[in-house]
Design a protein around this ligand. Sequence first.
Ligand code: BTN
Length: 305
Amino acid sequence: MKKEMTKLLLEYGIISSEEAEKIESINEETIAKSIKELGFNQTENITQEKIEENLDTEVLGKEIYCFRKVLSTNNIAKFLANHGSPEGTIVISEIQTKARGRSGTKWESPEGGIWMSIILRPNLEPAKASLITLAAGVAIAKTMRNRGIDAKIKWPNDVLIEGKKVSGVLTEANITFNKLDYVIVGVGIDTNLNIEDLSEDLKAGATTLHDEMKIEKVDENIIIADLLKEFEEIYKLYADQQIEAILKDWRDNSDTIGKYVEITQALGQKSIGYAVGINKEGSLIIEKTDGTLEKIISGRCRAIE
Ligand code: BTN
């Protein structure tokens, strides 16, 4: 992490190469302070000013960091969260070179996407963290539906348009003494990138907002501002413990409930059945052919009908 920060500081001329060589003597606090100056006005499309022109939130986006290129916005957000950045801080990069997806996959992040991480500090027990992931999926789907796009959520939080993935969420939580210290919600949305630039195995199953909206260029700044507003609305429900309202929103936008699905869990074990619902922890409940119900906490879901 310190290495990535050093590289950025050097790239943007915040520190000299001599200082970079002596990086051992630069403590993380100094780096955290300097990071505020990084990336500003260096981006080509997404800027703090343009997002703020359309932003109508109380908490989310109160601090915005925009970068041209980083390894992963989740890394930067974690670093900032560890150094006291407040709830609602947003980290965005136009390109990521080592982004992470769910289940240890890599996430392709060329230019033409929204690659964003949100720092949250909810006052809740860790078991409830996974609901934030569901809430993020709902906010993304709603942001798209507001634009007339038939976006749906595949459990837990992939957003699909006509069965093709346009967005995913990776939530990473930091827990100390059985208390949620912070949660980083990493959101990836394919906006303007060319599907042909994605690797072979992703092409067939992916789409972009630009292709679906049939417009020349989607303005990422406006989408980010809208998404933050939608997410803040749902996050308020979450903070008020109105879990049922979030679950209803999720079910209303779901592409999974009512389908025959196969779930592959972390160790490779597969479960097959009808997706009948999600519970208060965000687990998927499937009805198996032998009539029993199974609760699935995490895994990759695939519709098989
Ligand atoms: C998935 O596998 O569907 C989740 C993808 C999450 C990607 C986002 S892009 C911004 C943030 N930074 C990362 O390294 N990952 C997340």
